[in-house]
Design a protein around this ligand. Structure first.
Ligand code: NAD
Length: 457
C-alpha cells in the first residue's frame, strides 16, 4: 500500500478515536457482534482461504482459527460489562475522606502485526481484545498467507467502519511504513528477529509493545507414563498444521529406558493418523512456501529416521518425520523447527532433562508427560516458560480463561480473554476528594505535626 494511503488511514483512525465514539461500551458491543456475525456467516470463505494458503484441513482450520475466534468473541461479549466497569479500591487512612477507584480506559490507535501460520486467528483474536478495550485498530496480516489476508481485508475493511478497524495488506515494506507512525500499542506476533526491529521502531515513539514470539518448546516424556497415549498426544500436537505452530512441541526429551517403546508408539500414531502415505492424507497440511520447505529439508539428515523423511517440493509436502539419535549441538536442535520434524533426545535421569531445558532460553511452552507427582512439582518449580502443560500439548492455547504469552526470549505481554483486554487497556488510578471540609495536617508550618503524621502514615 502506498505510504500516503497508510498515513490517511492512521490519521482517520486517530480522528475517530479522538471523537470518543469507541469509548462507549455499547458501541464496542455492537462492533463485536458485527464481527461475530461476519465471521460466523463467512466461515466457509475463511476455511477455503486457509486451505489455499496452507492446505489446512477443514477441522484444523475450524478448531484452531474460527472456533477459537468465535469463542473469544462470545467471551468478550459476555464479560464486557464487568471488564469495563470502574472498580472501587480502599483508601488508606491518610487519603481519607477521598475515595479511590481504578478505571480501564482504551489506549487509542493500535497496530496488530500477524504471522502466517494461523493467519486468521492470530490477527483477529488480538483485534477482538482491542475492540473490547475501546481502541481503533489496524491489522497487518502476513504476506505469506495471501488468501487469508485478502479475505480479512474483504471482511473487515468492507464491512466494518475503516475509521475504526482497517486491514492493511503488504510485506515488510508496508510493515515498516506503518511502524513509522505513532501508535498507542503495537501487538506483534512473529519471529524474534523481526520483533527486535519492531521494538526498535516502537522505541522512537515510546510505544508499548506486546511480542508473541516462538522458540523451542521442549516436551519431556518420563518413564512413568502410558506410552501409547503420550505418543498419540505428542504426534497430534507436533503434526497439527504440519508442525507450524508456535506452541508445537519442538523436540522430545525421552527417558532412555522407554526410548524404543516410545519411538515405536510414535511411529504407530503417525500411521494411524495420516496413513502409510501421508501425502495422500486429507488431514495433513503443507509447508507455507519454498524457502521454509528448503530450510526444513536441511534438518532431515540430522538424525536417524524413525518414521517419515519423504518430501515433494512441488507440493511443499514434508511427511511427519521423527528423528532419533540427534546431536543436541546439531542445527535442528539450535533453531526453532517450525515444521513437521521431531527430534528425540534420550535422557538418563529426570534432573538431567530439567537441566537440559534450563540450559536454553525460556521457551513459550514446556510439556511434561508423567504420572509421578514429585516430578510434576519438580518440573513446575525448577523451570520457567510462557505456559506449562502436564500430560498434554497445545491445549493451553485454546482456553480464553488462560492468559497466553511468552517469557524471556519467547516474548512479552499476554493475550486471550481478560488478559487480552488488559493488554489493550490502561488501568487508570482515580482519587476523588471532597471540598466540603479541609484537614490542615499536611500544610506548613509543620511544627508539632510530625508525631501525628507518623501515626497517620
Ligand atoms: P515473521 O517475524 O517473519 O513475520 C511476522 C510479521 O512481521 C509478518 O506480518 C511480516 O510481514 C512482518 N514483518 C516482516 N518483516 C518486518 C519488518 N522488518 N518490520 C516489521 N514487520 C515485519 O514471522 P512469521 O514467519 O510470519 O511467523 C513465524 C514466527 O512466529 C515463529 O517464530 C513462531 O514461533 C512465531 N509465532 C508466535 C506465536 C505466538 O503466539 N507466540 C504464534 C504464531 C507464530
Amino acid at each position: 500500500m502506498e505510504p500516503h494511503m497508510i498515513s490517511r488511514i492512521v490519521r482517520s483512525q486517530r480522528e475517530f478515536y479522538c471523537s470518543g465514539i469507541t469509548r462507549n461500551v455499547e458501541y464496542r458491543r455492537k462492533q463485536l457482534k458485527k464481527l461475530r456475525d461476519l465471521i460466523a456467516g463467512e466461515d466457509g470463505l475463511i476455511v477455503e482461504a486457509l486451505k489455499k494458503d496452507l492446505a489446512k484441513p477443514a477441522l484444523e482450520a475450524y478448531a484452531a482459527e474460527i472456533s477459537l475466534v468465535l469463542g473469544e468473541l462470545e467471551y468478550a461479549l459476555k464479560k464486557l460489562e464487568s471488564w469495563t466497569r470502574p472498580r472501587k479500591v480502599r483508601s488508606q487512612l491518610a487519603l481519607l475522606p477521598s475515595s479511590s477507584s481504578v478505571v480501564p480506559e482504551p489506549l487509542g490507535v493500535v497496530l496488530i502485526i500477524a504471522p502466517w501460520n494461523y493467519p486468521f486467528q492470530l490477527a483477529i483474536a488480538p483485534l477482538i481484545s482491542a475492540v473490547a478495550a475501546g481502541n481503533c485498530a489496524i491489522v497487518k496480516p502476513s504476506e505469506l498467507s495471501p488468501h487469508t489476508a485478502e479475505v480479512m481485508e474483504e471482511l473487515i475493511t468492507r464491512h466494518m467502519d475503516p475509521r475504526h478497524l482497517s486491514v492493511v495488506n503488504g510485506g515488510p515494506d508496508t510493515a515498516r511504513e506503518l511502524l513509522d507512525h505513532r501508535f498507542d500499542h503495537i501487538f506483534f506476533t512473529g519471529s524474534s528477529r523481526v520483533a527486535r526491529m519492531v521494538m526498535e521502531s516502537a522505541s522512537r515513539h515510546l510505544t508499548p509493545v506486546t511480542l508473541e514470539l516462538g522458540g523451542k518448546s521442549p516436551c519431556i516424556v518420563d518413564r512413568d507414563v502410558n506410552i501409547e497415549y503420550a505418543a498419540r498426544r505428542v504426534v497430534w500436537g507436533k503434526f497439527f498444521n504440519a508442525g507450524q505452530s508456535c506452541v508445537a512441541p519442538d523436540y522430545v526429551l525421552v527417558d532412555e529406558r522407554i526410548r524404543d517403546e516410545f519411538a515405536d508408539a510414535v511411529k504407530r500414531a503417525v500411521v494411524r493418523f495420516y496413513g502409510q502415505d501421508p501425502r495422500k492424507s486429507p488431514y495433513y497440511a503443507r509447508i507455507v512456501n519454498r524457502s521454509h520447505f528448503d530450510r526444513l529439508m536441511g534438518y532431515l539428515d540430522q538424525g536417524d529416521t524413525v518414521v517419515g523423511g519423504q518430501a515433494l517440493a512441488q507440493e511443499l509436502f514434508i511427511a511427519p518425520t521423527v528423528l532419533d539419535a540427534v546431536d543436541p549441538e546439531a542445527p535442528v536442535m539450535q533453531e526453532e523447527i517450525f515444521g513437521p520434524v521431531l527430534p528425540l533426545i534420550p535422557f538418563s535421569s529426570f534432573p538431567e532433562a530439567i537441566a537440559f531445558v534450563n540450559s536454553r532460553p525460556k521457551p513459550l511452552a514446556i510439556y511434561l508427560f508423567t504420572t509421578d507427582r514429585v516430578k510434576q512439582e519438580l518440573a513446575k518449580n525448577e523451570t520457567s516458560s510462557g505456559s506449562f502443560c502436564i500430560n498434554d500439548v497445545l491445549v493451553q492455547f485454546f482456553s480464553h480463561h488462560l492468559p497466553f504469552g511468552g517469557v524471556g526470549e519467547s516474548g512479552m505481554g499476554r493475550c486471550h480473554g481478560k488478559a487480552g483486554f488488559d493488554t489493550f487497556s490502561h488501568t487508570r488510578s482515580m482519587v476523588q476528594n471532597t471540598l466540603a471540609f479541609d484537614i490542615p495536617l499536611r500544610y506548613a508550618p509543620y511544627r508539632f505535626k510530625l508525631p501525628l503524621v507518623k501515626w497517620f502514615l
